[in-house]
Design a protein around this ligand. Structure first.
Ligand code: SAM
Length: 218
């Protein structure tokens, strides 16, 4: 299906500038920058707001939700060290922008969203753009046991703690990236599963995400 929006020279140019802004802010992984440079972020915006699409800001996309700030998307993606063919669980599909970036890196993405209106929109928009992820509706705080284990898990909402159940769905050698804290601010946490029962945990920078709401969350 052809998508109704076009990716013209103005948007392509703005996207290149966004890549430069992210590089200056400290994103150094060339593959991640290339992926950001490929995903037409303006497709997620109403045409009236295309001039906002390549600013490094989060933006309301309707239904009380926002498309994540490109820096945050690039930051979390960089931490995942995606290899082609990696099975990745994304918790919090939202607009689907992060999903597209992961797919540009060659990930096989399983993405779950708890809000039905967002899920309904993404299952139409992403395949229309050529991004055929595996879409799920439900509470991702419990992961998706049926498709585990995952090489990587990314949580795109702020959690009060690292859900144990997600750690168990990681492959040995797998990486979980999750913001953890209170409602106002969270630290980005990476957990690497080094063996059946051993995990290495690293705490990084501070962010502010919408809350992860569910059985293993708020
Ligand atoms: N990464 C997305 C993007 O690129 O636009 C933005 C994600 S948004 C910051 C966080 C999303 O997590 C929201 O859409 C919210 O509804 C969803 N969410 C919160 N708790 C969830 C849960 N338990 N399971 C699945 N999705 C959840």
């Amino acid at each position: 299906m052809a998508y109704k929006f076009v990716d013209n020279y103005r948007e392509k140019g703005a996207r290149k500038q966004l890549v430069e802004i992210l590089r200056e802010r400290g994103i150094s992984d060339a593959k991640v920058l290339r992926a950001i440079g490929k995903v037409p972020r303006h497709f997620f915006f109403d045409e009236t707001f295309w001039n906002q699409a390549y600013k490094d800001i989060a933006f309301p996309i309707g239904d009380g939700q926002t498309i994540s700030q490109p820096y945050t998307v690039a930051y979390q993606t960089e931490l995942l060290h995606i290899q082609k063919g990696d099975k990745v669980l994304e918790i919090g599909t939202g607009s689907g922008y992060q999903t597209c970036v992961l797919m540009e890196l060659g990930a096989n993405v399983y993405t779950i969203e708890r809000q039905e209106n967002l899920y309904a929109r993404t299952i139409k928009v992403l395949p229309g753009m050529g991004y055929n992820a595996n879409f799920f509706l439900g509470d991702g705080s419990k992961g998706i046991e049926a498709h585990a284990p995952y090489a990587k898990i990314i949580v795109t909402a702020g959690a009060p703690f690292v859900p144990e159940i997600l750690l168990k769905q990681l492959k040995i050698g797998g990486i979980l990236v999750i913001p953890v804290g209170d409602e106002k601010s969270q630290k980005m946490i990476t957990v690497i599963r080094v063996s059946e029962n051993e995990y290495d945990r690293i705490e990084l920078d501070t962010f502010r995400f919408v809350p992860l709401v569910g059985d293993q969350a708020w």
